[in-house]
Design a protein around this ligand. Sequence first.
Ligand code: PLP
Length: 394
Amino acid sequence: MLNTRVYGSPIVYLDNAATTQMPYAVLKTMEHYYHHTHSNIHRGVHYLSEQSTCDYEKARNIVKDFMNAESEHEVIFTSGTTDSINIVALAIEPYVNEKHEIIVTEMEHHSNYLPWQALCKRTGAKFIVAPVSVRGELDFEELERLMTQRTALLAICHSSNVTGAVNPVKKVIECAHQKGIPVLVDGAQSVSHQRVDVQNLDCDFYCFSGHKAFGPTGIGVLYGKQQWLNQFMPVKYGGGMVRQIKNGEPAYWESPAKFEAGTPNIAGAIGLGAAIEWFASLPRESIISHELELTQYIRSELLKIPGITLVGSPEEQIGIVSFTHRYAHPFDIASLLDKLAIAVRSGAHCAQPFMDRFGISGTVRVSISLYNTKEEIDYLINGIKRILKVVDGR
Ligand code: PLP
């Protein structure tokens, strides 16, 4: 992919917050599965089924170790972050009523906003949106004030998909737990940039998507503490999740099977396992410092261009930078950059409450990954300058 040419030029792929590219290890693992062991899992006794089951469960264990979950029972394969959050929002419904409140923040992706708003509409609970500061950071004091005895759950992203701001989730979780509030962390943007240790964070739920962490699309993870997963009822029903039906009454398997009804995305899970194994084998500290350096370089170079405003100036940040220009529309900038073979994102990034907070309709978003280089950023900056010369007419 990174050698692909578009319009005759080598691609400069800076849309990693939308999806990351996959290493050969992932493609080869999935190809091997389809060529040699493709079969359904868990219920077959034949060789291929046992092999696929073994590979699928091995992937779960890789994810478990990667996140430092206590047990593989806490790792549920889903179709992605959106699916993971919706599962929790449905499973927790019997514990929520009109006396409760659910808190999200102004910087959430719609995936961590709409499922909670819908839950509140169904149950009569109050939907509360905690504010972000002018720097695009969480207003911790205000959030602390909003968390009360009535709060049934707090849903918060680990990092913003608009500004890259990293939330102090450990501190937030500590504070929430002192008030008896469970916390769901949307880690969609974090797993490929930061260390994630669910035991250290002590979060109740953690969600992410395979395709934003060097894996394939259509696979994701829901981590949940066993105390929650044991008491939750399933939210999807079908084969594979029921131990027996006696006199018409079902008895469900324990988690994760209880939450994985039907044939899962076997190749996707195995591919995600390969992605995480590959990523975990890389020198993490050098990746983090490489990405930080590139991010700071993007910020400082953009700030030198007249008319550009950076959206958000978080103290701690992953490799995502959003900007606007006084004349040029984000869509026009992104479309013209595309003609130079530069892939960036424009729009509201499924975060309209955040856009409203800043009184803007959208941004241009540059998002990097470990494979991006300083030369690519120079090419981007030159591209933006060329475009603005035309748009600005000077
Ligand atoms: N949460 C955040 C912070 C995201 O950035 C995204 C996707 O961009 C999602 C959730 C949704 O992820 P998916 O579409 O893979 O379910």
